[in-house]
Design a binder for this molecule. Structure first.
Ligand code: GDP
Length: 455
């Protein structure tokens, strides 16, 4: 291990707060702690301690101190942790005192996690899981992130990689030692069988309908429809806050407004699209263009109309909604005559799964709409519990692995041993890249462990 600096940072949120956590990681963490509190507490046991400025000996605060000696710490290095009173001056005093300790410097963003990765405490997918856990807004996202942090995909990829390396070792042995009498002839059979099994397993994980990625990104619901139909009013009611400017003049919502909702634990992103209509005004045209684009990529479109206003085709509606499910939302039913008005029906060419009647202004029918949205989200996210892949990076790496295995399996094994080995090596490398652990040396290790070549 290279000689490293010792890093420190405020690890808790923005002060002032009841408590602030300052962490120190690196070879001089123990020395730093001794300088500040005069001793090293028993490992992993909280100790009450006076924190002093080492220069002036002035007491800065009274804190809980924790000592986690390497390697059994989060970063794999020595870690000291102080739980201080979370005031601005307390924190500044402690950080200044730490900066005075030789070999200590403020940590860069993500540096603690980076050290955990470099010391093998976390693989790359766990690092990503940790990032997702901190960013998770709903319980379903939290569950998925936590499982990823705990090796949901990382452990699996590592196990696949190990099996691949064993298969590769068989092929390599056959190539290198085929003229030796004590190496069994039929090494390729079991190797290819293992490769086929791996290929099918990984392909099975890939065929998940992108549930994990969807859960990470959330269900996208676009609120669309002609200007003044009440889209912004509906968004505000759903979001229960004033996220969009509600205005009685047509064409005021000039951009796409995005609101994140937690619907029974599931993440839903609501989009209020600009009043979609043809306009000569450039700013509004841009809004309309973006609105069409976002609405086209949505999973579900709430098509809001004011039934008292004439035919929909006259107002225009977004093209390319082919992938999204559309619900027709008849708004303003609080107005006399609107609840029975048969004037406007579904947008031409589109089949609306649902027709709902609401008043975004007074709240009539909102309970039915909210319940329908919750049910939709639940169905949409059903089976996310079994999702393994949460990012395009994972999918890409696994797709590459399957492709390499397919190429290996398509070879003529009686003549193309070298090429088969090459593809298996490529597949193992992609898996290694997924977890961030590429190491070719271990292929040789397996050869010499599994085969008593003895020379
Ligand atoms: P948008 O252009 O589709 O976003 O429409 P807005 O949400 O800005 O609403 C346009 C106008 O219709 C505003 O004056 C709203 O107060 C009004 N409005 C919206 N929903 C309702 C409703 O359910 N009932 C009534 N009476 N007025 C509504």
């Amino acid at each position: 291990m290279p000689d490293r600096s010792t890093i420190f940072a405020l690890s808790s949120g923005r002060p002032p707060a009841a408590i602030a956590v300052v962490r120190v990681s690196g070879p001089r963490a123990g020395i730093a702690l001794e300088k500040l509190i005069g001793r090293l507490p028993e490992p992993r046991k909280a100790a009450l301690a006076r924190v002093r400025d080492p220069a002036s000996n002035e007491i800065i605060d009274e804190a809980l101190a924790l000592w986690f000696p390497a390697p059994h710490s989060e970063t794999g290095e020595d870690i000291a942790e102080l739980q201080l009173h979370g005031g601005q001056a307390v924190i500044a005093g402690v950080l200044d005192a730490l900066a005075m300790v030789e070999g200590c410097r403020p940590a860069e963003a993500g540096e603690f996690t980076r050290r955990a990765f470099e010391n093998g405490r976390l693989d790359l997918t766990a690092v990503e899981g940790l990032a997702d856990l901190v960013a998770a807004e709903t319980q379903a996202q939290r569950r998925l992130a936590f499982r990823q942090l705990k090796g949901l995909i990382g452990d699996r990829a590592e196990a696949w990689r190990r099996r691949l390396i064993e298969a590769l070792a068989l092929v390599e042995a056959r190539i290198d030692f085929s003229d030796e009498a004590d190496v069994p002839e039929d090494l390729l059979g079991p190797a290819l069988h293992a490769a086929q099994q791996l290929r099918d397993e990984i392909a099975g994980v890939l065929a998940d309908g992108r549930r994990g990625e969807r859960l990470r990104d959330g269900l996208v619901v676009a609120i669309a429809g002609p200007p003044n139909a009440g889209k912004s009013t509906l968004l505000n009611r759903l979001a229960r806050r004033e996220a969009a400017i509600v205005s009685p003049y047509a064409g005021t919502t000039r951009d796409v407004i995005e609101v994140h909702l937690d619907l029974d634990g599931y993440p839903v992103t609501l989009l209020d699209t600009a009043g979609i209509r043809d306009s000569a005004e450039p700013v509004e045209q841009e809004g309309v263009r973006r609105a069409r684009e976002r609405a086209a990529a949505a999973d579900l479109v709430l098509w809001v109309i004011d039934p008292s206003v004439g035919g929909l085709a006259a107002n225009g509606y977004p093209e390319n909604l082919a992938d999204a499910e559309i619900w027709l939302v008849r708004n303003k039913i609080d107005l006399a005559g609107n609840s029975t008005c048969a004037n406007a029906t579904e947008p031409d060419n589109y089949e609306c799964k649902f027709t709902l009647s609401i008043s975004a202004l007074t709240g009539i029918g909102m309970d039915v709409l909210t319940a329908a949205l919750s049910a939709y989200a639940k169905t949409y996210f059903a089976a996310t519990e079994s999702a393994v892949i949460t990012r395009a990076r994972h999918r890409h790496a696994l797709e590459e692995t399957v492709a390499a295995l397919d190429r290996a399996l398509a070879r003529d094994y009686s003549t193309d041993e070298e090429l088969i080995a090459e593809e298996l090596r490529a597949a193992a490398t992609t898996l290694g890249r997924l977890t961030g652990r590429v190491d070719v040396e271990d292929i040789l290790d397996v050869i010499f462990r599994n085969f008593c070549i003895g020379k």
